[in-house]
Design a protein around this ligand. Structure first.
Ligand code: PMP
Length: 431
């Protein structure tokens, strides 16, 4: 190993093993590029796992932090004006069904938003089971880890909270059932309808169906709108709540403010996080006002939730997302289509499928396009070395860690995105 490589591994070795580790460190960030401690510049196609929607260290965000830090930072014990202002703003930008008539419950991160979602859904409905999906990621706490599937998160750590039923997600590329007569969305949706509404299954005891409107960690899988529409009807028939987890797909990334809006479905609750907070810890749960009224005071306290700096930054972040001069959300849609086209134009034999919505794009890498066998660990390692070694940060996801994500900040200049993608394409060609 070179001295530089040893130094890098020392950097990652000093991190606890629970989190993910990349052989790279970040020292200074400027929008959609950053420098490592040796002064090398990288193009960032990962945006802090979708967090930095308006670019890292956005000057408007930096100014909001400075200004807010001069008047109020922490207030758990009483409400604050910034938190109130943010709750009103969030209500205004919610999808149909929640907009204007909802209550926001703030948390620090996505996992605790999902904890609250499970707890509140049980309390509101008086039921105790939850339906979630294979490949879903909702966090790593008690309830949220019980919803999350995946060996790394679960094996050796159980048992988790009981009462979770996992159903197939319509991941058409790797769907285990015959789709010659019905789409994966129809089959997966009807299966949930069957669970919810048939005696001897889970009927009458399911509090909620919790679903990512575009599956994130499970492989960047956007279902057709029909899937959520079937889930909505099935929930209505059974009295279960429909909760959409927008922690990764929300905040404009998919080309709408919320990914559920692609389907026209009205959710009962919505969780948000990552991209809403302008790089500060900010997440939460939004629910219909009539549901919120049934939740007892003081049943889910959270010391650091929505401190005033996070709230001020989130307000700034949202105003940048809504700035008509930047038009970032619509831009995510058009830029995303262009990115997908560029990736397809590489014509690489290792690319099994390119899919996504807006700037939430997954590139599924395979050994063989016919058998769809996932790309080998060895080739994935080589590809990552090439891409990072040539100054681009991309991070994989998916059930076989073989899906490369393209999820840059929504502010990324077109030319820089293509430059990053072309380096990735050259990496593919080098395999
Ligand atoms: N839900 C979804 C859909 C996520 O992608 C994530 C994070 N990857 C979480 C919840 C958990 O969020 P956090 O890491 O902020 O706890």
């Amino acid at each position: 190993k070179t001295a530089a490589a040893l130094e890098l591994s020392a950097r990652t070795e000093s991190m606890a093993r629970g989190g993910g580790r990349m052989p790279i460190a970040m020292d200074q960030a400027f929008g959609v590029t950053f420098k490592d401690p040796d002064g090398n510049t990288f193009i960032d196609l990962s945006a802090g796992v979708g967090v930095s929607s308006v670019g890292r260290c956005n000057p408007r965000v930096v100014e909001a932090i400075r200004k807010q830090s001069e008047s109020l930072m922490h207030s758990m014990e009483v409400n604050s004006s910034k938190r109130t202002e943010l709750a009103a703003k969030i209500s205004e930008i919610m999808p149909d069904g929640l907009r204007g008539d909802c209550i926001t419950f703030f948390t620090q991160g996505g996992s605790d938003a999902l904890e609250a979602a499970v707890k509140f859904a049980k309390r509101v409905t008086g039921r105790h089971q939850i339906i979630a999906f294979h490949g879903g990621y909702h966090g790593i706490w008690n309830a949220s880890n019980a919803l999350t599937t995946g060996t790394a998160y679960r094996k050796g750590f159980g048992p988790f909270m009981g009462g979770v039923i996992h159903a197939p997600y319509p991941y058409a590329y790797r769907f285990p059932f015959d789709t010659s007569h019905k789409s994966a969305e129809q089959i997966a949706g009807e299966y949930v309808d069957y669970l919810l509404n048939t005696p001897y299954t889970a009927a009458d005891d399911v509090a909620a169906v919790i679903v990512e409107p575009v599956q994130g960690e499970g492989g960047y899988v956007p279902p057709s709108p029909e899937f959520l529409q079937i889930l909505r009807k099935a929930c209505d028939r059974s009295g279960a709540l429909l909760i959409v987890d927008e922690v990764q797909a929300g905040a404009g990334r998919t080309g709408k403010m919320w990914a559920v809006e692609h389907s026209g479905v009205k959710p009962d609750m919505l969780t948000f996080g990552k991209g809403i907070g302008g790089d500060m810890p900010m997440a939460g749960l939004v629910m219909r006002s009539d549901l919120a009224a049934k939740i007892p005071d003081g049943s889910q306290p959270n010391t650091f939730a929505a401190n005033s700096i996070s709230a001020a930054v989130a307000l700034t972040n949202i105003s940048i997302l809504q700035d008509p001069r930047l038009d970032l959300v619509n831009r995510a849609h058009t830029l995303g289509l262009e990115a997908q086209e560029r990736i397809r134009s590489f014509n690489s034999p290792w690319v099994g499928e390119v899919r996504g919505r807006g700037l939430m794009i997954g590139i599924e890498l395979v050994e063989n396009r016919e058998t769809r066998e996932p790309l080998s660990r060895e080739k994935l390692g080589k590809l990552m070395d090439y891409v990072v070694g040539h100054g681009v940060l991309m991070i994989p996801c998916g059930r076989y860690t073989n899906v490369m994500r393209v999820m840059p900040s929504l502010t990324i200049p077109r030319s820089l995105m293509f430059k990053g993608l072309d380096i990735f394409g050259a990496g593919l060609a080098s395999l």
